[in-house]
Design a binder for this molecule. Structure first.
Ligand SMILES: Cc1ncc(COP(=O)(O)O)c(C=O)c1O
Length: 375
């Protein structure tokens, strides 16, 4: 593997973001094989690179978008590549899953009759006024403790308010098509899924009893990536979801999901170069040509703990790895086991960096960020 990396470095330079589309296809197929009843709406926010969209579209994926720009990107792509003789049905391909949408966005997407989520009354009234052609999915607040990124402090209706929010929507002349939740990103407490499905089922059946014909259950994202050996297996989670869906919901409803990191996290490696070295209070500091304002943005926004591997060998010690900008905040990790004898011009590589990385990279200090190549 190191020789392959060295060849790529020679050709493309560093920092180099290597995206493996075979791995993305493998992840998608694994998802579908283990959750045959669930349609995948890839969460574009995890990594919106057009080549990823193309790979997943070709596999049969649908998409979860968070903004008008993501919506346009995906809509345009599908329009272009879907067979010319076949007009696609937008709900089959796109869900707008950001529960808060500004008025302008709602006005712009109205003509597409999209499927959108909401979780409060103000949003409902905003949708009524600016996008009354939309189908609605009510997002519920569910347990998310222990997930790498918790969601429920910002999103989701209290289950106790759901009945009212569904009724209000129908009273306003809108149609609630289903319910959704998100158990938090990188969810390793599978009980959270079980609890979320049970909460959703109670609300689903209560609504149907009242005559509201809900027909979609959206189980969100959160599917865990095997970053290390402690992460419980996705296959186990899939078994639980399959059994609970069969037990709790009728056969004829649609179950959809919005996996983000699961599709792309382990499909990318980043190679960086050591551009500076210092010893501070006894600890070796490696200055590399990528940092938290760029491909390592997940350290800040995704609570991600990056791994580092060196090409050269040597006695390992606790080192710091820091980014290239003039900001002292730009520290990627203050405790990495690396050989202390690495030199300026040596390379490091980081695995599992495909999700929430280049998606939130900036050009701070004038650094362009990593070059992206596809294998
Ligand atoms: C609404 C929604 N759906 C799906 C996702 C993707 O989550 P994950 O990457 O954990 O699969 C997110 C992540 O923020 C989200 O906010």
């Amino acid at each position: 593997m190191k020789n392959k990396f060295l060849k790529l470095i020679k050709r493309h330079g560093t920092p180099l973001f290597i995206l493996d589309h075979g791995k993305i296809r493998e992840n998608y197929r694994m998802f579908k094989e283990n959750l045959p009843r669930v349609q995948c709406y890839y969460a574009v926010k995890a990594n919106s690179h057009p080549e990823i969209i193309r790979t997943l579209f070709q596999e049969g994926s649908s998409f979860d978008v968070a903004s008008y720009n993501e919506f346009k990107q995906i809509y345009g792509y599908i329009k272009h590549f879907e067979k010319k003789d076949k007009d696609f049905y937008i709900w089959d391909k796109i869900i707008f899953s950001n529960t808060i949408k500004d008025r302008d966005t709602l006005r712009k997407i109205r003509r597409y009759k999209p499927l959108v989520t909401y979780d409060n009354l103000d949003e409902l009234m905003k949708i009524k006024e600016h996008c009354d052609a939309a189908g609605l999915v009510l997002r519920l607040k569910v347990p998310d403790s222990g997930s790498q990124v918790e969601m429920s402090s910002k999103f989701g209706a209290e289950p106790g308010d759901a009945d009212h929010l569904i009724g209000q929507a129908f009273d306003a002349g809108l149609v609630v098509e289903g319910l959704s939740f998100h158990v938090g990103s990188q969810c390793t407490h599978f009980d959270n899924y079980a609890a979320a499905l049970a909460i959703t089922s109670d609300i689903f059946h209560a609504a149907r009893k009242k005559g509201f014909p809900l027909k979609i259950v959206d189980i969100g994202g959160g599917f865990p990536v095997p970053y290390d050996a402690q992460v419980p297996k996705f296959e186990e989670l899939a078994k639980l979801i399959n059994a609970e869906c069969q037990r709790l919901f009728p056969e004829d409803i649609e179950i959809i999901a919005e996996p983000g990191r699961f599709m792309v996290a382990n499909a990318a490696v980043l190679i960086t170069e050591i551009i500076g070295k210092a010893r501070r209070e006894g600890k070796v500091f490696y200055y590399i040509n990528d940092g938290v304002y760029h491909t390592f943005s997940g350290v800040v926004y995704d609570h991600w703990v990056p791994n580092f591997h060196s090409f050269g060998r040597g006695k390992k010690e606790v080192c710091a790895v820091v980014g290239p900008t003039c900001d002292s905040f730009d520290k990627v990790s203050l405790a990495v086991q690396l050989p202390g004898n690495l030199k300026i011009g040596d390379y490091l590589y980081t695995e599992n960096i495909g999700a929430y990385s280049i998606a939130s990279s900036t050009k701070f200090n004038g650094f362009e960020g990593a070059r992206i190549i596809h294998i």
